[in-house]
Design a protein around this ligand. Structure first.
Ligand code: FES
Length: 145
């Protein structure tokens, strides 16, 4: 698919993407969301353990968007009570930002959907979202370390 000049990932303007991105995420967003881009961008967990969400803020059967300390966008999901997954929000199709949906995860660019464990439930994406190791400690969802 060829995107019009100045847009990426289904017509989202690069300026809008940058405006919504934290400074640390800019490089990741530009690399991931560029015409002809792929969803092969991998995010790196923080070197030291970091809390990314409070478990009580993550709906059972749903997800919340969060940010790693370095700025990468992630999704924290809770398919069943106490069962937590931390997933990259970078769509494996062409790198757009995946967002929480209604009981699933949705890519606004070309309509891919993923279950709360990151598996593809509707294409065009073919690969699951990258999962980061996570643990729940004292009510906090923690990654890295
Ligand atoms: S970038 Fe195409 S479906 Fe997500």
């Amino acid at each position: 698919m060829t995107e019009p000049a100045g847009t990426c990932c289904g017509g989202v303007s690069r300026r809008a993407v940058l405006a919504g991105a934290g400074a640390g995420a800019t490089a990741v967003v530009l690399a991931a969301c560029s015409p002809g881009g792929t969803g092969d961008v991998q995010i790196t967990p923080p070197a030291t353990a970091a809390s990314v969400a409070q478990l009580s803020d993550v709906p059972v059967g749903g997800a919340v968007a969060a940010t790693l300390p370095g700025g990468a966008q992630i999704l924290v999901t809770q398919p069943a009570a106490g069962q937590v997954h931390v997933l990259s929000a970078i769509c494996t199709h062409m790198g757009c930002g995946v967002v929480p949906g209604r009981g699933d995860l949705e890519c606004p660019c070309h309509g891919s959907t993923f279950d709360l464990e990151g598996k593809v439930t509707h294409g065009p994406a073919k690969k699951p979202l990258q999962e980061l190791k996570a643990a729940v400690q004292d009510g906090q969802v923690v990654v890295g370390g």
